[in-house]
Design a protein around this ligand. Structure first.
Ligand SMILES: C[S@@+](CC[C@H](N)C(=O)[O-])C[C@H]1O[C@@H](n2cnc3c(N)ncnc32)[C@H](O)[C@@H]1O
Length: 378
C-alpha cells in the first residue's frame, strides 16, 4: 500500500522526522520512503496509523488510490460532505474548485447528495478546516498529488497539541520556550527505543518532557532554576491528569557546569537512552543584536553543550546514545551568527549532519539549528 504524508512548513525537519520514525519502527526491507515536491510517499504493507500518531511535523496522511479516479473509490455513502486539496503544481485552487463541481454533479447523477468544502487561500485544506467541518467523519478528502490521487486517512491532532501548548499551568514568559511540535520532532530524531528513558538536562518548564511522555517514554528533566523545576513538575502533573500518561517522570536540580555526585548517581542509574535539549540561549531578544552580544551568547551556549558532553564522558553513559541539541543563530547588524562548526566537536561524539536543520519563525531575531549527535562511550 502506498501512503502520502503532508509535512508542515518545515519540509527538511519533517523529512528527517519521518525517516527516523520509520527507521526505528520498521526493518529496512519493509518499506520504501521517497520525497516529492511538497510531500512524501511511503510504500509499506504494514499498519502505519501509529507512525502518524508519533509525528510532530505533519499535517495529514492518507492512502494513494490505484489507477484512475472513479466515484466508487471515494465513497459508498448516499449523503456526505467532501473536500479537495491539491499538492500538485498542475492543479490550482481554480482547478480544485472546478473538480469539486464536476464530482458533485457525478454524485448527483448517481442519486448521491453531497456538499463540498474548498480551500481558502492556498490550494489545500488545513487540518483545522478538515476538523471543523468534520470532513473525515462525514465524508472524505480527496488529495491531488503529483503521483496521482489519494484519500486522506487522518489529520494532525491539533487539539491535543494546543492543549499542551496553551493550557498548561506554568509558563515562563521571560525564557524562550521550545515550540511543542519541534520538541516532538527532536525527540523522534533521538530514536529512543519503545519504553526508553529520555533526559532533558535543560528542561525549563518541560515542553520536551511533556512530548516525551505523550510518546510513551519515561522522562527525566533537570535544570538549575528552581522556579522552572517546580513549574515543570506542575506541568507534568497537569498533563498526567488531562492525557492519562502512565509513564514515569522525575525532575531534579542539576547544574551541568557543576555536577553534584549524588545527582550524577541518579542520572547514571536511570537507563537513559536519549538526550534532547535546548540549552540556555539568553533572555528573550526583541532587537537585532550587536556582534559582541551574539558572540557572548553563542559562547555561553557552547560552554553548556560542552559541559554536557564532558559529564557524559565522566559518568560512563550507555553506548550509542543520541543527543539532539538546539543551537541558536542570532540576527546581528553584520548578518546571522552561530557557533563555528569546528567548535561543535566533542569527545566520543559524532555529529550526524554538519549543517544542522533549521527552524525559524518569520521576522525572528533568533533561529534554531538542530544538531543530532551520536555519542559512543568507550
Ligand atoms: C531555553 S531554556 C529551556 C526551555 C525548555 N526547553 C522549555 O521548552 O521550557 C534553557 C534552560 O537551561 C537552564 N540552564 C541554564 N544554565 C544551566 C546549567 N548550568 N545547568 C542546567 N540548566 C541550566 C535554564 O534555567 C533554562 O531553564
Amino acid at each position: 500500500m502506498k501512503y502520502f504524508f503532508i509535512p508542515g512548513r518545515l519540509y527538511d525537519l519533517s523529512w528527517k522526522e519521518l525517516n527516523c520514525v520509520c527507521e526505528k519502527s520498521f526493518q529496512k526491507h519493509e518499506y520504501i520512503l521517497k520525497r516529492n515536491r511538497g510531500y512524501f510517499l511511503l510504500d509499506i504493507d504494514l499498519d502505519i496509523q501509529h507512525i502518524f500518531s508519533q509525528l510532530g511535523g505533519f499535517i495529514k496522511y492518507g492512502e494513494m488510490l490505484e489507477g484512475d479516479l472513479s466515484v466508487e473509490k471515494l465513497t459508498n455513502e448516499e449523503k456526505f460532505i467532501f473536500g479537495i486539496s491539491s499538492y500538485s503544481s498542475e492543479y490550482s485552487l481554480k482547478d480544485v474548485s472546478q473538480l469539486a463541481q464536476e464530482l458533485k454533479k457525478e454524485f448527483s447523477n448517481l442519486n448521491k447528495k453531497s456538499r463540498f468544502i474548498l480551500p481558502k487561500d492556498e490550494s489545500f485544506l488545513t487540518a483545522a478546516q478538515i476538523l471543523q467541518n468534520r470532513i473525515l467523519q462525514e465524508g472524505f478528502e480527496l488529495a491531488i498529488l503529483e503521483d496521482g490521487f489519494g484519500k486522506t486517512i487522518e489529520v494532525q491532532n491539533i487539539d491535543s497539541f494546543s492543549k499542551r501548548d496553551y493550557e498548561k499551568p506554568f509558563v515562563d514568559t521571560q525564557m524562550g520556550v521550545l515550540p511543542i511540535k519541534l520538541a516532538r520532532m527532536m525527540i523522534n530524531f533521538a530514536k529512543i527505543p519503545k519504553g526508553g528513558v529520555l533526559w532533558d538536562p535543560f528542561c525549563g518548564t518541560g515542553n520536551i518532557l511533556l512530548e516525551g511522555m505523550d510518546l510513551g517514554y519515561d522522562v527525566i528533566g533537570s535544570d538549575i532554576d528552581e522556579k522552572s523545576i517546580e513549574g515543570a513538575k506542575k506541568n507534568i502533573e497537569w498533563a498526567k491528569s488531562i492525557f492519562g500518561y502512565s509513564t514515569q517522570s522525575k525532575v531534579l536540580f542539576f547544574d551541568v557546569l557543576n555536577p553534584s555526585p549524588s545527582k550524577i548517581d541518579i542520572l547514571k542509574n536511570s537507563s537513559i537512552e536519549g538526550i534532547v535539549c535546548e540549552p540556555y540561549m539568553g533572555e528573550a531578544q526583541r532587537k537585532t543584536l550587536s556582534v559582541g552580544k551574539a558572540t557572548s551568547l553563542i559562547n555561553r551556549h557552547l560552554s553548556l553543550v560542552e559541559a554536557l558532553f564532558v559529564n557524559l564522558n565522566n559518568f560512563g553513559f550507555k553506548k550509542n546514545l543520541r543527543v539532539v541539541v538546539v543551537f541558536p543563530e542570532y540576527k546581528t547588524y553584520k548578518g546571522w551568527m552561530s557557533a563555528e562548526t569546528s567548535k561543535i566537536n566533542f569527545k566520543n561524539t559524532k555529529l550526524l549532519k554538519e549543517e544542522g536543520l533549521h527552524w525559524s519563525r518569520r521576522d525572528s531575531i533568533i533561529r534554531r539549528l538542530i544538531f543530532i549527535f551520536e555519542y559512543n562511550f568507550r
